[in-house]
Design a protein around this ligand. Sequence first.
Ligand SMILES: Nc1ccn([C@@H]2O[C@H](COP(=O)(O)OP(=O)(O)OP(=O)(O)O)[C@@H](O)[C@H]2O)c(=O)n1
Ligand SMILES: C[C@](O)(CO)[C@H](O)COP(=O)(O)O
Length: 215
Amino acid sequence: MKTVIITAAGSGSRFGSKKQFEKLNKKLVIDYSVEFFKDLGFDIIITVPKEDVDFVQERFSFAKVVEGSIERFFSVYNGLKLISGGIVLIHDAARPILDKEKILELLDKVYEKKSAILAIKCTDTLKFAQGGHIKFTIKRDNIFCAQTPQGFNARLLKIAYKKALNDNLIFTDEASLWEHYISSVAVVEGYRYNIKITTKEDLKLASCILNDIVL
Ligand SMILES: Nc1ccn([C@@H]2O[C@H](COP(=O)(O)OP(=O)(O)OP(=O)(O)O)[C@@H](O)[C@H]2O)c(=O)n1
Ligand SMILES: C[C@](O)(CO)[C@H](O)COP(=O)(O)O
């Protein structure tokens, strides 16, 4: 069994609105990942804000739609509670540009290693700055930017979540939860088109990418 939890319950404070429901070319941002994983034959769970549950359930009648939470960590957990086993991918609805070859490569790695994420090597020089001034430069040799999808053995991920709830810990991605309670996570090289729409600039960038590449 393979399930994807599509996280779409954010408030979009850095964007200025719920960006997952913004128009991106001829579709909504959320449409891209839901349709992609439907075409790949995944069971689909979508986390959305309480007020959008009916709208999204009607739009995607084939999916299970659950109410998210104030923290992405708990939004994912609300979806994970519906899964009994198999493999689960967690993917941000805010990352609409999905590369089939890369996702299938990630899926193979999850089956092989029980956990894997897409990540891209940092290509900028990294600075630690405070008060508008650089304090020091961070060696970037082994620095990666984590992306989604992130994939896991669902049963073990639920165990890790239960431990985190017990310890009152939350994590910004599922890989850091897995690293904390289970083991190291495999990395599959991601792709630079896999941008996370966070600000309005990112929506423009995503539109340019979609207009120029054939997926
Ligand atoms: N409580 C939350 C917060 C985020 N997300 C989802 O997780 C993805 C990545 O989160 P982010 O880009 O931070 O979205 P927002 O939280 O909406 O953005 P902001 O931090 O600017 O409010 C998005 O698809 C978002 O909808 C979620 O399901 N539940
Ligand atoms: C999960 C994630 O996309 C990996 O880079 C990132 O942690 C989401 O962070 P956000 O602040 O919830 O956008």
